[in-house]
Ligand binder design. Structure first.
Ligand SMILES: Nc1ncnc2c1ncn2[C@@H]1O[C@H](COP(=O)(O)OP(=O)(O)OP(=O)(O)O)[C@@H](O)[C@H]1O
Ligand SMILES: Nc1nc2c(ncn2[C@@H]2O[C@H](COP(=O)(O)O)[C@@H](O)[C@H]2O)c(=O)[nH]1
Length: 232
């Protein structure tokens, strides 16, 4: 939760200490912002920019059995684990969701997400449609989902090649799955075409700004308005 605004219940109270002085505070529940797309459409690039610009947003770092790519940092990009450790995490119910994607397992560790939301911070997820469906079944109210489309199939393939981090075989595997993944766009709240990166980032910032203001996310609103109506 994070305080957004407050009004005063008792006259003479200090504005610097709303809780002690009887101010009615409006706090906000953290939200879960999910980005999904076919591989290579731009989720990682968008996520990095959003995190750099927004101190209230933090990344959910997934666990995966996929081998680390050059330049990826364990604990920052992913928690790289073997299949045995992943299974242990599944059995210990440590994941909010998990799925097999392109032959590897990926899962969202539950504890950091719950800690962030409890502290009023928002959490950003770069996960596929299977994970989004699982989150939607478990925590629909906290979820804001965005599907990112590439401008064209040719451009998607170009991006996967220019990223230069996967083998030609891996790129072919991901392109072969793209049509299937694209079929899930109607399951998302928002759908964007990632033509120009800066524009896409700004569009998602606008979504985030509006979603943070949704009535249901503002805790204490009833009391705040009641105090206003009573002339406080
Ligand atoms: N709007 C854009 N215009 C041009 N290139 C882009 C744009 N967005 C991302 N890229 C480039 O496309 C490549 C793939 O982007 P990125 O790794 O962010 O995709 P991704 O959706 O996270 O992929 P994956 O699902 O495989 O993790 C990168 O080289 C990135 O720099
Ligand atoms: N269901 C989940 N999907 C995830 C998670 N972490 C990442 N992903 C998705 O996997 C693919 C491939 O990612 P890459 O890093 O190997 O290119 C991509 O679509 C991600 O969104 C997760 O925890 N759960």
């Amino acid at each position: 939760m994070s305080a957004t605004t407050s009004n005063k219940k008792k006259s003479g109270a200090s504005a610097s200490d709303p809780a002690a002085s009887g101010f009615v505070e409006i706090r906000r529940r953290g939200l879960m912002l999910v980005l999904s797309s076919p591989s290579g459409a731009g989720k990682t690039s968008i996520s990095r920019a959003l995190l750099a610009r927004d101190p209230l947003l933090e990344m959910s770092v997934s666990a995966t059995t996929r081998p680390k790519r050059p330049g990826e940092v364990p604990g920052i990009d992913y928690l790289f684990v073997d299949a045995e450790e992943f299974n242990l995490m599944v059995n210990r119910e440590e994941f909010l969701e998990y799925a097999k994607v392109f032959g590897n397992y990926y899962g969202t560790p539950r504890a950091p997400v719950e800690a962030a939301l409890g502290a009023g911070r928002d959490v950003l997820f770069d996960i596929d449609w299977q994970g989004t469906q699982q989150l939607d079944a478990r925590v629909p109210k906290d979820l804001v989902t965005v599907f990112i489309l590439p401008p064209s199939t040719r451009e998607l393939e170009r991006r996967l090649h220019t990223r230069a981090q996967d083998s030609a075989e891996e790129v072919a595997k991901r392109m072969a799955k793209a049509a299937d993944e694209l079929s899930h766009w109607p399951e998302y709240h928002y759908v964007l075409v990632n033509h120009e990166l800066e524009q896409t980032i700004q569009q998602i910032q606008a979504i985030l700004q509006a979603e943070r203001l949704r009535r249901e996310r503002q805790v204490g609103l009833h009391e705040f308005v009641k105090a206003l109506r009573e002339g406080q």
